[in-house]
Design a protein around this ligand. Structure first.
Ligand SMILES: Cc1cc2nc3c(=O)[nH]c(=O)nc-3n(C[C@H](O)[C@H](O)[C@H](O)COP(=O)(O)OP(=O)(O)OC[C@H]3O[C@@H](n4cnc5c(N)ncnc54)[C@H](O)[C@@H]3O)c2cc1C
Length: 311
């Protein structure tokens, strides 16, 4: 696979995961390309929280710094969408450019499925959030709520309760809590409101409440819910990787997928990975990818220098 567009590693996705892998591989003097469509999952959030030394940084600033860093090690950043991964590890980009890779890392993140509520898209990352650890602190002591989508919404309500004593669990789509769960929620002061939520209601600055289907308005300044996250399978399905039950690419402990030479990391492999986890996991995966390249180089060298039998 010689030629101008041949790389040791092509990384699909330039979010925290892809750029972290690129940093390690660039510093290992590998020829690396990162192909990025420029739509990180947290694009709508104003700040990234919980990343040591970067707490509160805007997502766009974080990526700008990360891109600068990897560029300084010779990593090529390509603003494009990867459309297909061929079995011989060539990656086809929109516009027709083809990149040949010895190894491919899928770091293409995931897509969140937002609840079917009026105003959900406008409030996503502003007053509607998926993670209390990321945004709970900023809303402490305020009127908070959880949208019931399944059994795990009860745990989410108990977690949100950590940030405020004014927490409401809207039953919405989940089953009514059993008596023990209802008692547990009552004991930690979580109010349970039956009925479906129809819309998010916002003022000029922020979320002010939710409108129930019966027309009632309930005050709330931040609504948490567990998104039905899905990986953007349009790219990850093209190398035909085995998928996990959670909708992500299935990997072993070091990011190897079921397809030889294709690796996955960050939210593409783990929907629960926050930014620091996605970056950390990718560092580990990149070490394994580099080890694989060394192994392949050694095997090649042994074949070329193998002593030929004497006549
Ligand atoms: C509203 C919101 C707020 C959040 N707040 C926080 C927070 O405060 N702290 C925190 O730790 N986490 C937060 N998160 C979680 C955070 O977004 C993820 O942990 C993080 O984005 C995962 O990084 P990633 O690199 O795996 O994926 P992403 O950041 O999503 O990056 C994937 C990249 O791949 C690109 N891509 C996808 N398909 C292709 C393709 N075919 N070709 C080329 N490029 C492609 C995408 O455009 C994107 O740029 C938040 C999430 C949301 C939804």
């Amino acid at each position: 696979m010689n030629g101008a567009d041949t790389y040791d590693v092509v990384i699909i996705g330039g979010g925290a995961a892809g750029l972290s892998a690129a940093l390690l591989l660039g510093r290992s003097r590998r020829r690396v390309a990162v192909v990025d469509a420029g739509k990180p999952r947290n694009l709508r959030a104003e700040h990234i929280h919980g990343y040591l030394t970067r707490d509160g940084i805007p997502p766009a600033k974080f990526l700008e710094l990360a891109r600068e860093e990897v560029r300084s090690y010779g990593v090529e950043l390509i603003d494009a969408t990867a459309e297909e991964v061929y079995p011989d590890r060539r990656v086809c980009l929109d516009g027709g450019r083809i990149l040949a890779a010895r190894q491919i890392i899928l770091a293409s993140g995931l897509r969140d499925v937002l609840p079917d509520l009026e105003g959900a898209h406008a409030q996503w990352g502003r007053g509607l959030f998926q993670c209390p650890y990321c945004h709970g602190w900023e809303y402490q002591g305020r009127a908070l709520a959880v949208l019931g989508t399944g059994a795990s919404s009860v745990q989410q309500a108990q977690l949100v309760r950590q940030f405020s004593s004014d927490v409401t669990l809207f039953i919405h789509e989940m089953a009514d809590p059993d008596p023990q769960t209802a008692a547990d929620l009552a004991s930690c002061g979580v109010k349970v409101v039956r009925g479906r939520v129809r819309a998010l209601v916002a003022g000029p600055e922020s979320l002010t409440g939710v409108r129930l289907e019966n027309g009632e308005l309930a005050a709330c300044e931040a609504l948490f819910y567990e998104p039905g996250a899905t990986v953007d399978t349009s790219i990850v399905k093209t190398p035909n990787c085995r998928m996990s039950e959670n909708g992500c690419v299935s990997t072993d402990g070091i990011g190897r997928t079921s397809v030889e030479g294709v690796w996955a990391t960050g939210n593409a492999a783990d929907p629960a990975a926050q930014v620091i986890v996605a970056a950390g996991d990718s560092y580990r995966v990149a070490v394994a990818v580099n080890a694989k390249l060394i192994e392949d180089d050694l095997a090649k060298a042994r074949n070329t220098t193998a002593v030929s039998p004497t006549k």
